[in-house]
Design a protein around this ligand. Structure first.
Ligand code: GTP
Ligand code: MG
Length: 253
């Protein structure tokens, strides 16, 4: 076959293999640290179950993803994962899932690795979401997951710090209802309700309108201007109130 013929076949196969997020759907992507259980244990020196620097770097990585060419409306991070809402009408890379996944995973992995001077890798998946209700369900689901995991992680490490082996600690909390987990922590002097909100509910990031003093060169006066700035919300509300908070952000886009 001639070069031109081979090229035509290859390009056809390549384009027929592509998947796209259909028009009118919201684009949600979720990135997750690959093998972070091992990585956090063996390569990074971190506090357990939550580490201030790790949490800060996850926030900074999420902020970085707002500047990678996609129209990111909302970012949410908990543990080693990041979810992003990308605008319904965003046409970047013609909405090709392979481009979304590879570019965002690459950007997050590179940025995060530089902060720890260690090779750290994120995977990325893209999810099409057809309506607002499902979108709100998605983000509420990730927050509920954060809440459950943080309660379990606190129980696990409290038991480990009090003489339980890994197997014993896992076995003890495996089927324990949430109320009992709260009680268990209380017995060891930990009030789960007073722990930092970001550890229990994750962190939300979005562009928020703020008033900033600006200078009018014509009148030479200082005037208040409305600016949009990336805002990090570490005190997220929960359940219905979180849903209402998200609806307001999403409706403004
Ligand atoms: N020490 C510490 N570990 C953390 C912190 N945040 C997340 N992790 C770790 O990140 C891991 C995330 O778990 P998963 O994403 O379920 O598992 P994984 O090992 O990354 O595996 P895959 O995601 O399937 O590749 C947890 O097991 C924690 O050990 C933190 O603040 N401190
Ligand atoms: Mg992971």
């Amino acid at each position: 076959m001639k070069f031109e013929e081979i090229e035509a076949v290859m390009r056809k196969n390549e384009s027929l293999s592509e998947q796209y997020i259909l028009p009118g759907n919201y684009i949600v992507v979720r990135l997750d640290g690959k093998g972070f259980t091992k990585l956090t244990k063996e390569k990074l020196t971190l506090d357990k179950p939550f580490d201030e620097k790790f949490g800060r770097v996850m926030i900074d990585t999420t902020r970085h993803l707002f500047n990678t060419g996609f129209k990111v409306i909302y970012g949410y991070t908990q543990s080693d994962e990041i979810s992003l809402l990308i605008g319904k009408d965003d046409q970047t890379f013609s909405r090709k899932t392979s481009k979304l996944n590879s570019v965002l995973a690459g950007e997050a992995s590179a940025f995060f690795s530089l902060q720890f001077q260690e090779v750290c890798v994120f995977d990325c998946r893209t999810i099409a979401i057809p309506n607002l209700d499902m979108l709100l369900d998605y983000f509420c689901w990730r927050q509920e997951d954060a809440h459950r995991n943080s309660l379990s992680a606190y129980c696990y490490w409290t038991l480990r710090n009090n003489g339980f082996t890994a197997k014993q600690a896992t076995g003890k909390i495996e089927k324990m209802p949430q109320a009992e987990k709260n009680e268990l922590l209380f017995q060891y002097g930990i009030n789960y309700n007073t722990l930092p909100t970001w550890q229990k509910r994750g962190v939300g990031i979005y562009n928020k309108e703020i008033m900033k003093p600006g200078f009018n060169p014509v009148t030479r006066e200082t005037v208040d201007c409305v600016r949009k700035e990336l805002f990090v919300e570490k005190e997220l509300l929960m359940r219905r109130e979180y849903r209402d908070f998200l609806r307001e952000i999403f409706n403004n886009e």
